[in-house]
Design a protein around this ligand. Structure first.
Ligand SMILES: Cc1cc2nc3c(=O)[nH]c(=O)nc-3n(C[C@H](O)[C@H](O)[C@H](O)COP(=O)(O)OP(=O)(O)OC[C@H]3O[C@@H](n4cnc5c(N)ncnc54)[C@H](O)[C@@H]3O)c2cc1C
Length: 446
């Protein structure tokens, strides 16, 4: 039973009086469809949640609907492996339609607007769909426009500029790494929230290892090496969790990578990158021969501009229950949610069972009794064959699976974790997670 696998905590119970109560959904008009649960987004969170709901056995044909305009579903964590020349982007995607159980109604459409007071959403084609419960999981938007000149530089085949952050751009990364024989390589990370905050440096560690093996970079003699490597991050440290940040900073120094902290890439012109500095400090410009760029990301406009959003534009849900703070029949998990944790697939393995349990409890008029503790994970590739497996919860507190089982310190990169990242996670994702049978560290769901 799904319910038995999630963390049950009476302290997480939230009384219905703290949020707005709602009426049973009626169709907006006699011709508009209505569902018990409408899930916006057929990405990682949307697929895991809709299929976990279905597997509860409490829903009939078309009781659950998924709405998503995409033709393809992508295993995005694999794009780092594509950038490192370890996988192809094609092997990491599947047609979205084929991943949705036939008992679930699939609208291959985009959602344009919410009407949470009336319990319906409006599609981009103007049709309305009513719901009893709404799950909002449309992910976040990768906005290349936040860096002047980036879109053009990515499109130019010989620019030396690439990014693992989208399907369209990730195929250019490894050929660009291979092509560099000498000069300055810069890897950027923006200030602010992004998907998988470790990915901008994962691709750097792989590139460094590639150049080292090719005899183009010697960490013990950086000045005498043909390639010079810089990590330019808008953040003040290597990583948000002190324990892992300390280890990564140690690696950075050991490997003689220049650290440009609080350097936020804002523009690219030819081979010049411009970085904004905090507190009105002068902008800094750097010449590059290779640039791996990561732009700013944020909530999709239709969420940001809606009544569901918090001040930052994310779906405003309770940190523990995943239920909306104002609308009791609205839920959110994944990147679009306000859950204050690192935005990862790993986080969704823990969020989805909590959301599903609480939504089912709510449907039956019972108290919400499942709690999300902020669990998330980041398998940090530190070279070919090794991964530092960061696992932590709210407050940046480590919550290590293998540390607990085998007394391993997960801050030390290991070969076993590399196999998890390269082989096991992509496999279990399509084999189980999108089908609603994988809860990460809690194992398989029935
Ligand atoms: C380069 C990279 C590396 C990563 N590495 C890791 C890693 O190592 N480990 C890890 O755990 N995570 C990693 N992640 C993060 C992980 O992929 C995301 O956190 C996860 O996919 C988020 O799931 P989601 O369902 O919230 O959003 P998504 O999976 O992005 O899905 C959102 C869905 O919503 C749909 N949608 C958008 N707008 C609308 C609309 N208006 N109406 C209806 N549907 C809409 C989209 O088409 C999409 O299908 C990485 C991500 C990237 C890009």
């Amino acid at each position: 039973m799904l319910g038995r696998r999630v963390t049950l905590a009476a302290s997480a119970a939230r009384s219905l009086s703290t949020v707005r109560t709602f009426a049973t959904a009626a169709p907006v008009s006699s011709t508009s469809p209505s569902h018990k649960v409408v899930v916006i987004g057929g990405g990682t969170a949307g697929l895991a949640i809709s299929h976990q709901l279905l597997r509860s056995g409490k829903f009939a044909q078309n009781d659950i609907a998924v709405i998503d305009p995409a033709l393809w579903h992508h295993y995005q964590p694999g794009w780092t492996l594509v950038g490192g020349g370890l996988k192809t982007r094609e092997e990491l995607r599947q047609p979205l339609h084929g991943l949705i159980d036939p008992k679930i109604k699939f609208y291959n459409e985009s959602v344009g607007a919410f009407a949470p007071e009336e319990n319906y959403i409006t599609l981009a084609n103007e049709n309305k769909v009513s719901y009893e419960h709404l799950v909002v999981a449309p992910g976040i938007t990768v906005d290349f426009g936040t860096i002047k000149g980036l879109t053009e530089a990515l499109e130019a085949p010989d620019s030396g500029v690439s990014s693992i952050y989208t399907y369209d751009t990730c195929a250019k990364v490894f050929p660009t790494i291979e092509k560099l024989q000498k000069g300055t390589a810069i890897f950027s990370q923006p200030a602010g929230v992004i998907k998988c905050a470790g990915a901008p440096q994962k691709i750097m560690w792989l590139a460094l290892d590639h150049w080292k093996r090719a005899g183009l970079y010697d960490p013990s003699n950086p000045a005498g090496s043909p390639i010079h490597i810089s990590f330019a991050t808008g953040l003040p440290t290597m990583f948000g969790v002190p324990k892992y940040s300390a280890k990564l900073e140690e690696l950075r120094k050991e490997r003689a990578v220049e650290g440009l902290f609080q350097h936020d890439l804002v523009a690219i012109e030819g081979n010049t990158a411009t970085f904004a500095r905090p507190d009105g400090k002068e902008k800094v410009t750097k010449q590059f021969d290779f640039l791996h760029a990561v732009p700013k990301m944020g909530p999709p406009a239709f969420v940001k501009n809606s009544a569901l959003a918090n001040e930052a534009g994310y779906v405003n849900v309770d940190d523990a229950t995943t239920r909306h703070k104002k609308y009791a029949n609205v839920w959110s998990a994944g990147d679009a949610s306000s859950l204050p944790t690192s935005k990862t697939t790993a986080a969704i393995t823990a969020e989805a069972p909590v959301l599903v349990r609480n939504l089912l409890q709510s449907m039956e008029g019972k108290e919400l009794d499942a709690t999300y503790d902020g669990y998330t994970s980041c398998p940090l590739l530190t070279e070919y064959g090794k991964v530092l497996l960061a696992e932590f919860k709210y407050g940046g507190e480590p919550k290590e699976t293998f540390g607990n089982w085998f007394g391993i310190d997960q801050a030390n990169p290991r070969r076993e974790f590399y196999y998890l990242k390269k082989h096991f996670f992509p496999w279990v994702y399509y084999q189980s997670m999108v089908k609603g049978t994988w809860a990460g560290t809690k194992g398989w769901l029935n």
